[in-house]
Design a protein around this ligand. Structure first.
Ligand SMILES: [Fe+2]
Ligand SMILES: [Fe+2]
Length: 197
């Protein structure tokens, strides 16, 4: 991403995001950079993806719905800011900031749900969003501890936590989240087999 675009992005965040959201976005960026360094991913990509991830979080639903239509997203995302905000952010990154890196786009696109066969960067953004220092929920310390040791296990714990949380709330569980969990379990098992062989 060009330097001028990064300035434009930061200015957008400063102007449009609430104080609470700003604190979260910058904290996710720091956490993502830390995880990227720890697990050998591109720190710059992690930071930029994190700065974009919640750009459309907290936007009035009327505006979200306008974006869903304008950008040609499926009707499934209408009236669903929780699932739509990452999809919109990824399309705006591409359209207005000329970001073509599929890994960065997917990290933003799937940061709420996860998905099957997540890349390292996707896992980092998913996890950074869930464990940044301002987050507080039962079990988070355990996930943070595991995140220091094992990216896949920490991601799996976080996905399981989300699935339980969504079920308890009676909210809509996106099938990408279930597929993300199942595919991570498979990945972890395959890694174990690889180590034993
Ligand atoms: Fe989000
Ligand atoms: Fe977030």
């Amino acid at each position: 991403m060009q330097c001028t675009d990064k300035i434009r992005l930061t200015e957008y965040i400063e102007k449009n995001m609430t104080e609470r959201r700003k604190v979260h976005i910058y904290a996710v960026a720091e956490e993502a950079k830390k995880l990227a360094q720890r697990y050998g991913a591109d720190m710059e990509k992690a930071e930029i993806a994190a700065l974009f991830h919640d750009l459309f979080r907290g936007m009035p639903i009327k505006k979200i719905n306008e974006y869903v239509k304008q950008l040609g997203l499926d009707d499934y995302y209408l009236d669903n800011a929780n699932l739509a905000h990452g999809k919109i952010a990824a399309l705006i990154m591409e359209r207005d900031y000329q970001i073509k890196d599929h890994d960065m786009l997917n990290a933003v696109r799937y940061h709420t749900t996860g998905r099957v066969n997540m890349s390292k960067l996707e896992k980092i953004i998913y996890l950074a969003d869930a464990i940044e220092p301002n987050r507080n929920y039962a079990g988070i310390e355990h996930i943070r501890n595991v995140a220091d040791q094992d990216l896949e296990q920490a991601c799996l714990l976080s996905l399981k936590h989300s699935i339980q949380f969504i079920k308890d709330k009676g909210s809509l569980l996106d099938r990408d989240t279930v597929m993300a969990r199942d595919s991570l379990i498979e990945e972890i098992n395959n890694n174990k087999k690889g180590e034993e062989a």
